[in-house]
Design a protein around this ligand. Structure first.
Ligand code: CMP
Length: 139
């Protein structure tokens, strides 16, 4: 059975561009409830840990530098079938491939600077939420 929460970050490109309000509005309009929300900034070692699964990829160092370059907004969102529904709402990793109306089509500049993160599984949603929020924060 699929879970009803997912984790997202509004990335430094979208925060810097002033898109935070419009992006959160999209989430809410599409039926996601905000269960936890935090403005913060990743240190280099935080970004390395968060994206450890990508540590062998050629884009890893650049991704870590980008993700630690400025403020991000982390959030836990709730909706039925949250992971899949949220990935549909944000669109393909590369905004050039993202469907019309998706968050990345509207707000992202490139495959790296792609405006938002969304968990890729229920298991990762739990792990990623725990990276930023305690159990208490989410209730
Ligand atoms: P995200 O959904 O946060 O998960 C991993 C991130 O790595 C991804 O979004 C992009 O920001 C980045 N990424 C994925 N593929 C590439 C790529 N081919 N080149 C550069 N960055 C990438």
């Amino acid at each position: 059975m699929s879970g009803n929460t997912t984790f997202t970050m509004i990335k430094p490109d979208a925060f810097e561009a002033g898109f935070t309000g419009a992006i959160l509005q999209k989430f809410i309009e599409n039926g996601f409830k905000i269960k936890a929300l935090k403005l913060t900034q990743l240190r280099k070692e935080d970004a390395e840990a968060f994206y450890a699964v990508h540590s062998e990829r050629p884009f890893f160092n650049s991704l870590v530098a980008f993700m630690s370059s400025g403020p991000i907004v982390a959030a836990v969102l709730e909706k039925e079938n949250a992971v899949d529904n949220f990935r549909k709402l944000i669109g393909s990793t590369n905004p050039a491939d993202a469907a019309e109306g998706t968050v990345r089509k509207l707000f992202a500049a490139s495959i790296e600077r792609n405006a938002v993160h969304g968990s890729d599984s229920d298991e990762n949603a739990v792990i990623e939420s725990g990276f930023f929020f305690t159990h208490f924060d989410r209730h």
